[in-house]
Write a new protein. Sequence first.
Length: 277
Amino acid sequence: MAGGSYWRLESNLKTVDLSEEITHPRPPSTPGRPLGILLLGKDDGRSDTAMVVQLNALGDQARVVSIPRDTMVPRPQCGVNPPAAIAMFNNAFSTGGAACTVATVEQMSGIRIDHFVQIDFTGFRDVVDRLGGIDISLPEAIDDDKSGLHVPAGPTKLDGTQALAFVRTRYSIGDGSDLNRIKNQQLFMRALSEKLANENWLASPQKTLELADLLTRSVVTDTGIGSIPELADLAGKLTALKPDAITYVTLPTETYLPDPNRVQPKQPEADDLWKAA
């Protein structure tokens, strides 16, 4: 990579030091455990999407756990903000950003989150466009005036704007809950992994540079992967996975009785899920 390009990419990166932001005891980093990466989709100061990627020690299998944003969970202290006995999961991000969300995930799951990658939705849209769109097969037509997405059932290609609407749509599918939107997000992630695997994007230095330029202007990471070599190494590990080696699951939830519009982790299934990694 040319020096000027490398410097530009490095200067694009924004990072958060989790060791400074999270001051209370964290789950241990034990040898042989899966690498934990929290993926966050950000919109207007809120975290709209949260997925925990767990990459096994051999690097040949991964599990992606989606956490519904309206899950009611305890929130630890985040900076000067006191802990909350119960709060909506995505409140952690609006309270203390990605570090607070990492701390909340660690508290609710008991697993170590090694890294996080936060991407804003404008950057997400631009990356999809640069990839030439994503081919996907929709189980049902979507006709949603709220998100502006109107696509038929069956095979279709989503451009960046459509893809963004697709991963955010909830009211026109199923029962309109966040759980249905998560199904869309997982379907999209599967289609994205297939495209990256089939077209071998990282084999082209020019394509890689263009993608990296878009991504580094749109993401925030922890300091552990806050440089181009570390970020490239993580990207290489994830994109090297075969699509059928990635399992997608959703945190088991049930209705939160004080507010039927919210959910809470369903026990013991939720704890069993985290222990099964």
